[in-house]
Each structure stands twice: as C-alpha cells, then as structure tokens.
Design a protein. Structure first.
Length: 127
C-alpha cells in the first residue's frame, strides 16, 4: 500500500473524533471541547465525598438510553472498578452539588445535547 492508498483508506474508513470532555469536580463544570477548544460548558453534579466521582483520564465506552432516573441519556466511562457515567437526572435541583454515587449528573436537556454530539471513544478528563 502506497502513501496515497493509505491516506484514502484512512479518510474513508476512520472516524476522526474531534471532541473531548473535561470535568472540573471542584467547580462542577463539564466542558465540551471541539478540536481542543471549549465549544460549550455545562453545570454538573458530582459524587459526594463518600462516593466520589473517579478522577483520571477515561473514555466513553458505551452510550445508551436509560430510564427516567438517568434523564434518559447515559454515557458510560471506562472506569474499570464500577459503572460510572455522565447522564441526565430526574433531580435537577442536584446540579451544582456533590450528591451522586460517583456519576456526573447533568440537566437532562444538556445530557441529550452532549449524547447526540459525541461518539463512543470520546476522551474524558476528570480532575
């Protein structure tokens, strides 16, 4: 395969993900980045001190439509020791607080927007 065939193959067969997510647990803000630049920011709820949101570099490994408790939209993180995700909530008053079991809660309309924007494989940095 010559370089031109490789480039054509790559362009036709590889999905280039231009999105990433950063979550600041102290400020309780989720930043959606496009090509490394902040596209939009969203307020979030994070884990309470006894069940903290897992810090680190993760990726979205699954997206699914879950029940109303999760605001309908769930994006699972690659955390190896449990099921953690970014999702909507039926408790919008919790946004901006440390109240979850470790997941990142968003207003359901915001979760839907992020869900419809990012592909599986999107990198997520939580700090």
């Amino acid at each position: 395969m010559n370089i031109y065939d490789f480039i054509e193959y790559y362009i036709l067969n590889e999905e280039v993900n231009m999105y990433s997510i950063e979550i600041n647990t102290k400020n309780r803000i989720l930043k959606l980045l496009e090509d490394g630049k902040v596209k939009k920011q969203y307020p979030v709820a994070v884990g309470k001190p006894s069940t903290p949101t897992p810090l680190g570099n993760w990726s979205i490994i699954m997206k699914g439509l879950w029940g109303e408790q999760f605001g309908g939209y769930f994006m699972q993180l690659s955390v190896p020791w449990g099921i953690y995700g970014i999702h909507g909530t039926d408790k919008p008053w919790s946004i901006g607080q440390e109240v979850s079991g470790g997941c990142v809660r968003m207003y359901s309309s915001d979760a839907k927007e992020v869900y419809e924007t990012i592909p599986v494989g999107t990198e997520v940095k939580i700090y």
